[in-house]
Design a protein around this ligand. Structure first.
Ligand code: SAH
Ligand code: F3S
Length: 509
Protein backbone atom coordinates (compact mmCIF):
# COMPACT_ATOMS: atom_id res chain seq x y z
CA UNK A 1 0.00 0.00 0.00
CA UNK A 2 1.24 3.46 -0.90
CA UNK A 3 0.13 7.06 -0.54
CA UNK A 4 1.21 10.04 -2.53
CA UNK A 5 3.34 12.34 -0.43
CA UNK A 6 4.23 15.07 -2.88
CA UNK A 7 3.84 15.83 -6.58
CA UNK A 8 6.34 18.14 -8.29
CA UNK A 9 5.75 18.32 -12.05
CA UNK A 10 7.29 15.12 -13.38
CA UNK A 11 8.43 13.92 -9.95
CA UNK A 12 6.23 12.20 -7.35
CA UNK A 13 7.07 10.88 -3.93
CA UNK A 14 5.14 7.96 -2.46
CA UNK A 15 5.15 6.46 1.02
CA UNK A 16 5.47 2.67 0.87
CA UNK A 17 3.93 1.31 4.10
CA UNK A 18 5.13 -2.24 3.72
CA UNK A 19 8.77 -1.36 3.25
CA UNK A 20 8.78 1.77 5.34
CA UNK A 21 10.34 3.71 2.50
CA UNK A 22 9.88 6.75 0.29
CA UNK A 23 9.65 5.81 -3.39
CA UNK A 24 10.51 8.27 -6.09
CA UNK A 25 8.57 8.16 -9.38
CA UNK A 26 9.52 10.02 -12.56
CA UNK A 27 6.68 10.55 -15.02
CA UNK A 28 4.62 8.01 -13.09
CA UNK A 29 7.31 5.29 -13.15
CA UNK A 30 8.82 4.23 -9.89
CA UNK A 31 12.59 4.20 -9.86
CA UNK A 32 13.69 1.25 -7.81
CA UNK A 33 17.14 2.71 -7.39
CA UNK A 34 15.68 5.81 -5.76
CA UNK A 35 14.12 4.21 -2.74
CA UNK A 36 14.89 5.95 0.51
CA UNK A 37 14.58 3.64 3.46
CA UNK A 38 13.98 4.66 7.06
CA UNK A 39 12.95 8.25 6.50
CA UNK A 40 9.53 8.45 8.07
CA UNK A 41 10.19 11.87 9.47
CA UNK A 42 10.95 13.20 5.97
CA UNK A 43 7.78 11.56 4.67
CA UNK A 44 5.76 13.22 7.42
CA UNK A 45 7.25 16.56 6.50
CA UNK A 46 6.18 16.15 2.87
CA UNK A 47 2.49 15.79 3.71
CA UNK A 48 2.40 18.13 6.69
CA UNK A 49 1.06 21.01 4.58
CA UNK A 50 -1.96 18.93 3.50
CA UNK A 51 -2.87 16.96 6.63
CA UNK A 52 -3.01 17.66 10.35
CA UNK A 53 -0.55 15.85 12.64
CA UNK A 54 -3.41 13.68 13.99
CA UNK A 55 -4.47 12.63 10.47
CA UNK A 56 -0.89 11.76 9.59
CA UNK A 57 -0.73 9.67 12.78
CA UNK A 58 -3.69 7.63 11.51
CA UNK A 59 -1.92 6.60 8.32
CA UNK A 60 1.61 6.57 9.66
CA UNK A 61 1.58 5.70 13.34
CA UNK A 62 4.16 7.71 15.29
CA UNK A 63 7.05 5.55 16.39
CA UNK A 64 8.75 5.41 19.74
CA UNK A 65 12.18 3.99 20.41
CA UNK A 66 12.91 3.12 24.04
CA UNK A 67 16.52 2.54 25.04
CA UNK A 68 16.80 0.66 28.31
CA UNK A 69 19.76 1.11 30.63
CA UNK A 70 20.16 -0.45 34.06
CA UNK A 71 18.50 -3.30 35.89
CA UNK A 72 15.69 -5.76 35.26
CA UNK A 73 13.18 -3.39 36.85
CA UNK A 74 13.93 -0.95 34.03
CA UNK A 75 13.49 -3.72 31.44
CA UNK A 76 10.09 -4.48 33.02
CA UNK A 77 9.17 -0.77 33.03
CA UNK A 78 10.08 -0.50 29.34
CA UNK A 79 7.82 -3.48 28.58
CA UNK A 80 5.01 -1.84 30.48
CA UNK A 81 5.48 1.55 28.83
CA UNK A 82 5.56 -0.14 25.41
CA UNK A 83 2.26 -1.89 26.19
CA UNK A 84 0.69 1.46 27.09
CA UNK A 85 2.07 3.11 23.94
CA UNK A 86 0.89 0.41 21.55
CA UNK A 87 -2.59 0.42 23.12
CA UNK A 88 -2.72 4.18 22.55
CA UNK A 89 -1.93 4.13 18.83
CA UNK A 90 1.87 4.34 18.84
CA UNK A 91 4.28 1.94 17.19
CA UNK A 92 7.53 0.82 18.77
CA UNK A 93 10.74 0.58 16.75
CA UNK A 94 14.20 -0.87 17.23
CA UNK A 95 16.33 2.08 16.28
CA UNK A 96 16.45 5.74 17.10
CA UNK A 97 16.94 6.67 13.45
CA UNK A 98 13.37 5.60 12.61
CA UNK A 99 11.74 7.10 15.66
CA UNK A 100 9.52 10.15 16.09
CA UNK A 101 10.09 9.92 19.84
CA UNK A 102 13.21 8.64 21.61
CA UNK A 103 12.90 7.70 25.28
CA UNK A 104 15.95 6.91 27.39
CA UNK A 105 15.04 4.68 30.33
CA UNK A 106 17.79 5.53 32.77
CA UNK A 107 19.76 4.14 35.71
CA UNK A 108 21.20 6.23 38.53
CA UNK A 109 22.77 3.59 40.75
CA UNK A 110 26.30 4.76 39.94
CA UNK A 111 27.54 8.14 38.73
CA UNK A 112 28.82 6.75 35.43
CA UNK A 113 25.40 5.36 34.51
CA UNK A 114 23.85 8.73 35.23
CA UNK A 115 26.37 10.64 33.11
CA UNK A 116 25.70 8.31 30.22
CA UNK A 117 22.18 9.73 29.87
CA UNK A 118 23.45 13.19 29.03
CA UNK A 119 25.93 11.80 26.50
CA UNK A 120 23.12 9.84 24.85
CA UNK A 121 20.79 12.85 24.69
CA UNK A 122 23.55 14.73 22.83
CA UNK A 123 24.14 11.83 20.43
CA UNK A 124 20.45 11.39 19.63
CA UNK A 125 20.05 15.08 18.82
CA UNK A 126 23.33 15.29 16.89
CA UNK A 127 22.26 12.44 14.59
CA UNK A 128 19.23 14.43 13.38
CA UNK A 129 20.11 18.08 13.96
CA UNK A 130 17.42 19.54 11.68
CA UNK A 131 14.55 17.29 12.65
CA UNK A 132 12.28 19.51 14.69
CA UNK A 133 9.66 16.76 14.97
CA UNK A 134 11.92 14.44 16.92
CA UNK A 135 10.96 14.44 20.60
CA UNK A 136 13.36 13.23 23.27
CA UNK A 137 12.31 12.06 26.72
CA UNK A 138 14.09 10.80 29.83
CA UNK A 139 12.37 8.14 31.90
CA UNK A 140 13.40 5.94 34.84
CA UNK A 141 15.59 6.61 37.87
CA UNK A 142 17.51 9.67 36.64
CA UNK A 143 14.20 11.26 35.59
CA UNK A 144 12.67 10.62 39.01
CA UNK A 145 15.70 11.91 40.92
CA UNK A 146 16.75 14.90 38.86
CA UNK A 147 13.27 16.00 37.78
CA UNK A 148 12.99 19.41 36.10
CA UNK A 149 16.72 20.09 36.52
CA UNK A 150 17.23 17.82 33.47
CA UNK A 151 15.53 20.51 31.35
CA UNK A 152 18.18 22.97 32.53
CA UNK A 153 21.08 20.58 32.03
CA UNK A 154 19.85 19.34 28.66
CA UNK A 155 17.51 21.92 27.12
CA UNK A 156 16.78 19.70 24.12
CA UNK A 157 14.83 17.27 26.33
CA UNK A 158 11.07 17.58 25.81
CA UNK A 159 9.73 15.24 28.44
CA UNK A 160 10.58 13.72 31.83
CA UNK A 161 8.81 10.55 32.96
CA UNK A 162 9.30 9.33 36.54
CA UNK A 163 9.60 5.70 37.65
CA UNK A 164 5.89 5.38 38.48
CA UNK A 165 4.51 7.02 35.33
CA UNK A 166 5.00 4.08 32.93
CA UNK A 167 1.25 3.75 32.38
CA UNK A 168 0.90 7.41 31.44
CA UNK A 169 3.68 7.51 28.82
CA UNK A 170 1.36 7.76 25.80
CA UNK A 171 -0.68 10.59 27.30
CA UNK A 172 2.53 12.46 28.16
CA UNK A 173 3.92 12.06 24.64
CA UNK A 174 0.56 13.21 23.21
CA UNK A 175 0.93 16.43 25.16
CA UNK A 176 4.44 17.07 23.83
CA UNK A 177 3.39 16.31 20.27
CA UNK A 178 0.42 18.65 20.68
CA UNK A 179 2.89 21.45 21.26
CA UNK A 180 3.14 21.60 25.06
CA UNK A 181 6.73 22.34 26.09
CA UNK A 182 8.69 20.61 28.83
CA UNK A 183 6.22 18.00 30.09
CA UNK A 184 7.08 16.29 33.39
CA UNK A 185 5.40 13.58 35.50
CA UNK A 186 7.02 12.41 38.74
CA UNK A 187 3.77 11.29 40.38
CA UNK A 188 2.87 8.00 42.03
CA UNK A 189 1.21 5.15 40.14
CA UNK A 190 -2.51 5.49 39.58
CA UNK A 191 -4.72 3.29 41.77
CA UNK A 192 -5.97 1.29 38.83
CA UNK A 193 -2.74 1.12 36.82
CA UNK A 194 -2.45 -2.22 35.11
CA UNK A 195 0.61 -4.48 35.38
CA UNK A 196 -0.40 -6.18 32.18
CA UNK A 197 2.39 -6.51 29.63
CA UNK A 198 1.53 -7.51 26.11
CA UNK A 199 3.51 -10.58 24.92
CA UNK A 200 4.83 -8.63 21.90
CA UNK A 201 6.56 -6.16 24.23
CA UNK A 202 8.33 -8.83 26.29
CA UNK A 203 12.10 -8.83 25.92
CA UNK A 204 12.07 -12.54 25.09
CA UNK A 205 9.43 -14.95 23.75
CA UNK A 206 10.57 -17.60 26.23
CA UNK A 207 11.56 -15.76 29.43
CA UNK A 208 9.30 -13.22 31.17
CA UNK A 209 9.86 -10.88 34.11
CA UNK A 210 7.12 -10.52 36.71
CA UNK A 211 7.68 -7.61 39.10
CA UNK A 212 6.41 -8.71 42.54
CA UNK A 213 7.65 -5.81 44.66
CA UNK A 214 8.67 -2.27 43.77
CA UNK A 215 10.86 0.18 45.67
CA UNK A 216 13.04 -0.31 48.74
CA UNK A 217 12.76 0.52 52.45
CA UNK A 218 16.26 -0.56 53.43
CA UNK A 219 18.14 2.70 52.93
CA UNK A 220 21.61 1.19 52.74
CA UNK A 221 23.77 4.26 53.27
CA UNK A 222 25.37 4.18 49.80
CA UNK A 223 22.28 3.47 47.71
CA UNK A 224 20.05 5.81 45.71
CA UNK A 225 17.33 3.24 44.95
CA UNK A 226 15.00 4.09 47.88
CA UNK A 227 14.95 7.66 46.56
CA UNK A 228 14.52 6.81 42.88
CA UNK A 229 12.04 3.99 43.34
CA UNK A 230 10.21 4.99 46.50
CA UNK A 231 8.91 2.75 49.29
CA UNK A 232 8.37 -1.01 49.00
CA UNK A 233 5.03 -1.94 47.48
CA UNK A 234 4.15 -5.60 46.97
CA UNK A 235 1.71 -6.85 44.40
CA UNK A 236 -1.09 -9.14 45.58
CA UNK A 237 -0.13 -12.80 45.17
CA UNK A 238 -3.36 -13.59 43.31
CA UNK A 239 -2.30 -11.21 40.52
CA UNK A 240 1.20 -12.70 40.34
CA UNK A 241 -0.11 -16.27 40.24
CA UNK A 242 -2.62 -15.34 37.55
CA UNK A 243 0.13 -13.73 35.47
CA UNK A 244 2.27 -16.87 35.84
CA UNK A 245 -0.67 -19.00 34.63
CA UNK A 246 -1.25 -16.69 31.68
CA UNK A 247 2.44 -16.73 30.70
CA UNK A 248 2.51 -20.51 30.92
CA UNK A 249 -0.52 -20.76 28.64
CA UNK A 250 1.20 -18.41 26.19
CA UNK A 251 4.13 -20.82 26.04
CA UNK A 252 6.71 -19.03 28.21
CA UNK A 253 9.14 -21.51 29.73
CA UNK A 254 10.74 -19.36 32.40
CA UNK A 255 9.66 -16.50 34.64
CA UNK A 256 11.77 -14.29 36.87
CA UNK A 257 10.05 -12.85 39.93
CA UNK A 258 11.79 -9.52 40.20
CA UNK A 259 12.16 -6.67 42.66
CA UNK A 260 14.87 -4.77 44.54
CA UNK A 261 14.33 -7.20 47.42
CA UNK A 262 11.97 -9.98 46.45
CA UNK A 263 12.18 -11.74 49.79
CA UNK A 264 10.91 -8.63 51.60
CA UNK A 265 7.61 -9.39 49.83
CA UNK A 266 4.74 -8.24 52.05
CA UNK A 267 1.41 -7.70 50.29
CA UNK A 268 -1.35 -6.20 52.42
CA UNK A 269 -3.69 -9.08 51.50
CA UNK A 270 -3.40 -12.87 51.56
CA UNK A 271 -5.33 -13.38 48.29
CA UNK A 272 -3.67 -16.08 46.25
CA UNK A 273 -1.63 -17.48 49.15
CA UNK A 274 -4.47 -19.42 50.79
CA UNK A 275 -3.50 -23.05 51.12
CA UNK A 276 0.23 -22.37 50.66
CA UNK A 277 2.25 -22.74 53.82
CA UNK A 278 5.63 -21.24 54.54
CA UNK A 279 7.62 -19.34 57.15
CA UNK A 280 7.37 -16.04 55.25
CA UNK A 281 4.99 -14.51 52.75
CA UNK A 282 7.71 -14.80 50.12
CA UNK A 283 8.27 -18.52 50.64
CA UNK A 284 4.50 -19.00 50.47
CA UNK A 285 4.46 -17.04 47.22
CA UNK A 286 7.24 -19.27 45.84
CA UNK A 287 5.13 -22.35 46.59
CA UNK A 288 2.02 -20.71 45.07
CA UNK A 289 3.87 -19.78 41.87
CA UNK A 290 5.51 -23.23 41.70
CA UNK A 291 2.01 -24.76 41.80
CA UNK A 292 1.20 -23.07 38.45
CA UNK A 293 3.60 -25.60 36.90
CA UNK A 294 5.46 -22.88 35.02
CA UNK A 295 8.47 -24.96 33.92
CA UNK A 296 11.16 -22.71 35.41
CA UNK A 297 10.96 -20.03 38.08
CA UNK A 298 13.86 -17.78 39.09
CA UNK A 299 13.81 -14.83 41.48
CA UNK A 300 16.11 -11.88 42.06
CA UNK A 301 17.32 -9.99 44.12
CA UNK A 302 17.28 -11.43 47.65
CA UNK A 303 18.18 -9.31 50.66
CA UNK A 304 20.39 -11.15 53.21
CA UNK A 305 18.60 -9.97 56.36
CA UNK A 306 15.23 -11.24 55.07
CA UNK A 307 16.62 -14.49 53.62
CA UNK A 308 14.71 -17.16 55.55
CA UNK A 309 15.96 -20.78 55.26
CA UNK A 310 12.43 -21.78 54.25
CA UNK A 311 13.21 -20.31 50.80
CA UNK A 312 15.68 -23.18 50.33
CA UNK A 313 13.14 -25.68 51.67
CA UNK A 314 10.61 -24.39 49.10
CA UNK A 315 13.22 -24.88 46.35
CA UNK A 316 13.94 -28.42 47.54
CA UNK A 317 10.23 -29.24 47.42
CA UNK A 318 9.62 -27.86 43.92
CA UNK A 319 11.70 -28.92 40.92
CA UNK A 320 10.54 -25.87 38.93
CA UNK A 321 12.08 -23.43 41.43
CA UNK A 322 15.52 -23.00 39.87
CA UNK A 323 18.99 -23.64 41.25
CA UNK A 324 20.15 -20.04 41.64
CA UNK A 325 20.30 -17.53 44.50
CA UNK A 326 21.55 -13.95 44.06
CA UNK A 327 22.40 -12.67 47.54
CA UNK A 328 24.41 -9.41 47.51
CA UNK A 329 26.79 -9.13 50.48
CA UNK A 330 28.48 -5.76 49.65
CA UNK A 331 31.37 -6.26 52.14
CA UNK A 332 33.01 -8.91 54.31
CA UNK A 333 33.85 -6.49 57.12
CA UNK A 334 31.39 -6.00 60.00
CA UNK A 335 32.64 -2.47 60.52
CA UNK A 336 31.86 -1.54 56.90
CA UNK A 337 28.57 -3.47 56.86
CA UNK A 338 27.51 -1.35 59.83
CA UNK A 339 28.52 1.88 58.08
CA UNK A 340 26.62 0.65 55.04
CA UNK A 341 23.55 0.10 57.28
CA UNK A 342 22.98 -3.30 55.74
CA UNK A 343 21.37 -4.78 58.84
CA UNK A 344 23.42 -7.98 58.67
CA UNK A 345 26.83 -9.07 59.87
CA UNK A 346 29.36 -11.27 58.15
CA UNK A 347 28.32 -14.17 60.42
CA UNK A 348 24.60 -13.65 59.62
CA UNK A 349 25.42 -13.78 55.94
CA UNK A 350 27.59 -16.86 56.22
CA UNK A 351 24.85 -18.64 58.18
CA UNK A 352 22.52 -18.15 55.23
CA UNK A 353 25.18 -19.42 52.85
CA UNK A 354 25.62 -22.52 55.02
CA UNK A 355 21.94 -23.42 54.51
CA UNK A 356 22.27 -22.82 50.76
CA UNK A 357 25.35 -25.05 50.59
CA UNK A 358 23.69 -27.75 52.72
CA UNK A 359 20.80 -27.98 50.28
CA UNK A 360 19.98 -31.30 48.65
CA UNK A 361 20.11 -29.34 45.37
CA UNK A 362 23.35 -27.95 43.91
CA UNK A 363 22.52 -24.23 44.02
CA UNK A 364 24.46 -21.55 42.20
CA UNK A 365 25.28 -18.51 44.29
CA UNK A 366 25.97 -14.99 42.99
CA UNK A 367 26.57 -11.71 44.76
CA UNK A 368 27.43 -8.01 44.58
CA UNK A 369 30.36 -6.32 46.36
CA UNK A 370 31.33 -2.67 46.68
CA UNK A 371 35.03 -1.85 47.07
CA UNK A 372 36.36 1.46 48.36
CA UNK A 373 33.40 2.40 50.54
CA UNK A 374 34.30 5.54 52.59
CA UNK A 375 36.52 4.46 55.48
CA UNK A 376 37.29 0.99 54.06
CA UNK A 377 40.77 0.13 55.34
CA UNK A 378 43.15 -2.42 53.91
CA UNK A 379 42.10 -4.72 56.76
CA UNK A 380 38.38 -4.32 55.93
CA UNK A 381 39.16 -5.11 52.33
CA UNK A 382 41.10 -8.28 53.39
CA UNK A 383 37.91 -9.41 55.13
CA UNK A 384 35.98 -8.98 51.90
CA UNK A 385 38.64 -11.00 50.08
CA UNK A 386 38.41 -13.81 52.62
CA UNK A 387 34.60 -13.83 52.50
CA UNK A 388 34.65 -14.07 48.72
CA UNK A 389 37.15 -16.92 48.97
CA UNK A 390 34.90 -18.66 51.47
CA UNK A 391 31.70 -18.30 49.43
CA UNK A 392 32.93 -19.72 46.09
CA UNK A 393 30.55 -17.56 44.12
CA UNK A 394 29.44 -18.66 40.67
CA UNK A 395 29.46 -14.97 39.68
CA UNK A 396 30.32 -11.78 41.46
CA UNK A 397 29.47 -8.25 40.40
CA UNK A 398 32.13 -5.94 41.80
CA UNK A 399 31.53 -2.18 41.93
CA UNK A 400 33.82 0.65 42.89
CA UNK A 401 32.01 2.83 45.41
CA UNK A 402 30.31 5.74 43.67
CA UNK A 403 29.15 8.71 45.73
CA UNK A 404 25.43 9.36 45.25
CA UNK A 405 24.13 12.78 46.19
CA UNK A 406 21.37 12.63 48.79
CA UNK A 407 22.44 9.32 50.33
CA UNK A 408 23.81 9.20 53.91
CA UNK A 409 27.23 7.96 52.72
CA UNK A 410 27.63 11.04 50.53
CA UNK A 411 28.49 12.96 53.70
CA UNK A 412 31.13 10.40 54.79
CA UNK A 413 34.70 11.35 53.97
CA UNK A 414 35.79 9.43 50.91
CA UNK A 415 39.07 8.02 52.23
CA UNK A 416 39.90 5.58 49.44
CA UNK A 417 41.64 7.07 46.41
CA UNK A 418 40.50 6.19 42.88
CA UNK A 419 43.76 4.29 42.33
CA UNK A 420 43.25 2.30 45.51
CA UNK A 421 39.64 1.48 44.53
CA UNK A 422 40.89 0.26 41.19
CA UNK A 423 43.63 -1.85 42.80
CA UNK A 424 41.12 -3.42 45.21
CA UNK A 425 38.70 -4.04 42.35
CA UNK A 426 41.36 -5.89 40.36
CA UNK A 427 42.62 -7.90 43.33
CA UNK A 428 39.12 -8.98 44.31
CA UNK A 429 38.29 -9.81 40.72
CA UNK A 430 41.34 -12.04 40.46
CA UNK A 431 40.51 -13.89 43.68
CA UNK A 432 36.93 -14.37 42.52
CA UNK A 433 37.95 -15.46 39.00
CA UNK A 434 40.19 -18.16 40.45
CA UNK A 435 37.35 -19.59 42.53
CA UNK A 436 34.88 -19.13 39.68
CA UNK A 437 37.07 -21.18 37.33
CA UNK A 438 36.84 -24.09 39.74
CA UNK A 439 33.08 -23.65 40.14
CA UNK A 440 32.62 -23.66 36.36
CA UNK A 441 34.91 -26.68 35.95
CA UNK A 442 32.85 -28.56 38.54
CA UNK A 443 30.00 -28.55 36.01
CA UNK A 444 32.04 -30.48 33.42
CA UNK A 445 30.47 -33.90 32.93
CA UNK A 446 27.21 -32.81 34.55
CA UNK A 447 23.90 -32.85 32.75
CA UNK A 448 22.19 -29.44 32.89
CA UNK A 449 18.65 -28.54 31.95
CA UNK A 450 18.95 -25.65 29.49
CA UNK A 451 16.31 -23.38 27.95
CA UNK A 452 17.41 -22.88 24.33
CA UNK A 453 16.77 -19.15 23.98
CA UNK A 454 18.45 -18.07 20.76
CA UNK A 455 21.02 -18.82 18.10
CA UNK A 456 24.50 -18.35 19.50
CA UNK A 457 26.22 -15.14 18.40
CA UNK A 458 29.34 -17.14 17.57
CA UNK A 459 28.04 -19.79 15.23
CA UNK A 460 24.92 -20.36 13.12
CA UNK A 461 24.70 -24.00 14.16
CA UNK A 462 24.98 -23.29 17.89
CA UNK A 463 22.23 -22.44 20.31
CA UNK A 464 22.58 -20.47 23.48
CA UNK A 465 20.50 -20.42 26.62
CA UNK A 466 20.56 -20.48 30.39
CA UNK A 467 20.68 -23.45 32.71
CA UNK A 468 18.51 -23.68 35.81
CA UNK A 469 21.66 -22.55 37.67
CA UNK A 470 21.63 -19.44 35.46
CA UNK A 471 24.79 -20.17 33.49
CA UNK A 472 25.02 -19.30 29.83
CA UNK A 473 25.27 -22.64 28.05
CA UNK A 474 26.14 -23.01 24.34
CA UNK A 475 25.66 -26.20 22.36
CA UNK A 476 25.23 -27.40 18.79
CA UNK A 477 21.59 -27.92 17.88
CA UNK A 478 18.91 -27.19 15.32
CA UNK A 479 17.09 -23.84 15.49
CA UNK A 480 13.89 -25.91 15.78
CA UNK A 481 14.88 -26.36 19.43
CA UNK A 482 14.56 -22.64 20.19
CA UNK A 483 12.15 -22.24 23.10
CA UNK A 484 12.59 -25.87 24.21
CA UNK A 485 14.06 -27.06 27.49
CA UNK A 486 16.78 -29.57 26.67
CA UNK A 487 19.43 -31.55 28.50
CA UNK A 488 23.04 -30.66 27.79
CA UNK A 489 26.10 -32.48 29.12
CA UNK A 490 28.80 -29.91 29.88
CA UNK A 491 32.09 -30.59 28.10
CA UNK A 492 33.97 -27.33 28.50
CA UNK A 493 34.08 -24.37 30.89
CA UNK A 494 34.89 -20.94 29.50
CA UNK A 495 35.34 -17.70 31.41
CA UNK A 496 31.67 -16.72 31.53
CA UNK A 497 29.90 -19.62 29.89
CA UNK A 498 29.72 -23.38 29.54
CA UNK A 499 29.83 -25.49 26.37
CA UNK A 500 28.20 -28.86 26.05
CA UNK A 501 26.63 -31.61 23.99
CA UNK A 502 22.92 -31.88 23.50
CA UNK A 503 21.41 -35.06 24.88
CA UNK A 504 19.33 -36.16 21.90
CA UNK A 505 15.71 -36.99 22.61
CA UNK A 506 13.60 -39.16 20.32
CA UNK A 507 11.64 -36.99 17.90
CA UNK A 508 13.04 -33.66 19.10
CA UNK A 509 16.57 -32.98 17.88
N1 SAH B 1 18.86 -4.92 46.16
C1 SAH B 1 19.14 -4.35 44.88
C2 SAH B 1 20.38 -3.60 44.79
C3 SAH B 1 20.25 -2.59 43.75
S1 SAH B 1 21.66 -1.79 43.29
C4 SAH B 1 19.03 -5.32 43.74
O1 SAH B 1 17.97 -5.58 43.28
O2 SAH B 1 20.03 -5.80 43.22
C5 SAH B 1 22.63 -3.14 42.59
C6 SAH B 1 24.00 -3.14 43.14
O3 SAH B 1 24.67 -1.94 42.79
C7 SAH B 1 24.08 -3.19 44.66
O4 SAH B 1 23.94 -4.49 45.13
C8 SAH B 1 25.43 -2.62 44.93
O5 SAH B 1 26.44 -3.60 44.94
C9 SAH B 1 25.67 -1.68 43.74
N2 SAH B 1 25.57 -0.28 44.19
C10 SAH B 1 24.49 0.36 44.68
N3 SAH B 1 24.81 1.63 45.00
C11 SAH B 1 26.13 1.79 44.73
C12 SAH B 1 27.03 2.86 44.86
N4 SAH B 1 26.66 4.02 45.37
N5 SAH B 1 28.31 2.66 44.46
C13 SAH B 1 28.70 1.48 43.95
N6 SAH B 1 27.89 0.43 43.81
C14 SAH B 1 26.61 0.57 44.19
FE1 F3S C 1 19.80 -0.39 47.63
FE2 F3S C 1 20.12 -1.60 49.93
FE3 F3S C 1 17.73 -1.33 48.85
S1 F3S C 1 21.44 -1.84 48.13
S2 F3S C 1 18.09 -1.35 46.69
S3 F3S C 1 18.99 0.29 49.61
S4 F3S C 1 18.58 -3.11 49.88
Amino acid sequence: MMILLKDMRSLSFFWDFRNDAILLARNGRIKRDQIQQKCRYRAREMISDRLSARSIDCIMKPRVYIETLGCQMNVADTERAATNLRASGYDLCDSESEADVVLLNTCSVREKAEQKVFTRIGEVRAARPNDRRLKVGVMGCVAQLEGASIFRQAPSVDLIIGTRATDRVAALIDRVRDGERKVIDLDERGQHDSWEVSPVERHSPHVAFIPIIEGCNKFCSFCIVPYSRGREKSRPAAEIVEEAHRLKNLGYKEIHLIGQNVNSYRPGVEDGLEGFRGATLFSRLLRAVAATEMPRIKFTTSFPRDFHPDIITAIEENANLCDWIHLPVQSGSDRILKLMRRGHTRADYLKRIERIRASTRKLALTSDVIVGFPGETEEDFRETLSLVQQCDYDSLYIFKYSKRRGTPAASFTDTVSEDEKKARFLELEEVHRKAQREVYRSYIGRKLSVLAERKSSRSESDLSGHSTCHKVVNFTGSSKLEGEIVDVVVTEAKRNSLYGDLVERAGVA
